[in-house]
Design a protein around this ligand. Structure first.
Ligand SMILES: Cc1cc2nc3c(=O)[nH]c(=O)nc-3n(C[C@H](O)[C@H](O)[C@H](O)COP(=O)(O)O)c2cc1C
Length: 177
């Protein structure tokens, strides 16, 4: 049994990346502990780049909900990132949470595996490529195994990701864990 933490980055409740997240979580929860953190529902300020977190205690000068996210990540084995595609990138909400992992406390985490769930309105072939590249570089940098990527394309309105069968893809990815 692994502990899987999914950082879900859409501000749109019940939207397409949420559908992928829930489908993944339902299947994965059969054999694992799964925790979904909707970062858009939390108060997580962007990193200020002050590097205060490099000091004793690794405390960020910003006291906000990132503290509880860090607590959840402390004993996680698998990290999932779910995001809508916004202007060919990840959402500002998920970016803020990831940037706050600049804090060296992350080096005490034992996350060894990750996966990525994306939702984009466009069917254009390259639409998810910038995020795939960022994700690949990050997982390589931290020595984290990539379990897989579900990139739902052509999904604009809430529900489209299920209608197009991408939730089945997310379940299949979860079954591999
Ligand atoms: C601010 C904003 C920017 C967006 N930028 C893109 C984009 O660059 N490419 C794209 O294919 N879809 C874009 N979309 C559409 C969303 O990615 C799409 O509707 C997706 O299904 C939203 O996921 P969600 O339901 O999980 O929020 C954008 C939507 C918003 C609100």
């Amino acid at each position: 049994m692994s502990k899987i933490v999914i950082l879900a980055g859409s501000p749109r409740r019940g939207g397409n990346s949420d559908l992928l997240t829930e489908a993944f979580a339902r299947r994965a929860a059969r054999e694992n502990e799964v925790k979904i953190i909707r970062v858009a529902d939390l108060s997580i300020a962007p990193c200020r780049g002050c590097n205060a977190c490099f000091g004793e205690g690794n405390r960020c000068v910003q006291r906000d909900d990132m503290e509880s996210v860090i607590e959840e990540l402390r004993d996680a084995d698998v990290l999932g990132i779910a995001s809508p595609v916004y202007f060919y990138g990840i959402s500002a909400q998920i970016a803020a949470a990831i940037h706050r992992l600049h804090n060296p406390v992350r080096d005490t985490f034992h996350v060894k595996k990750a996966f990525l769930l994306l939702a984009a309105a466009s069917r254009r072939e390259q639409v998810c490529e910038p995020i795939r590249l960022q994700y690949t570089l990050l997982t390589e940098h931290f020595g984290i195994e990539n379990l897989g990527i579900v990139a739902a394309q052509g999904v604009k309105e809430p529900g489209d990701a299920a209608a197009a069968g991408y939730t089945v893809e997310a379940e299949a990815l979860a079954a591999k864990i």
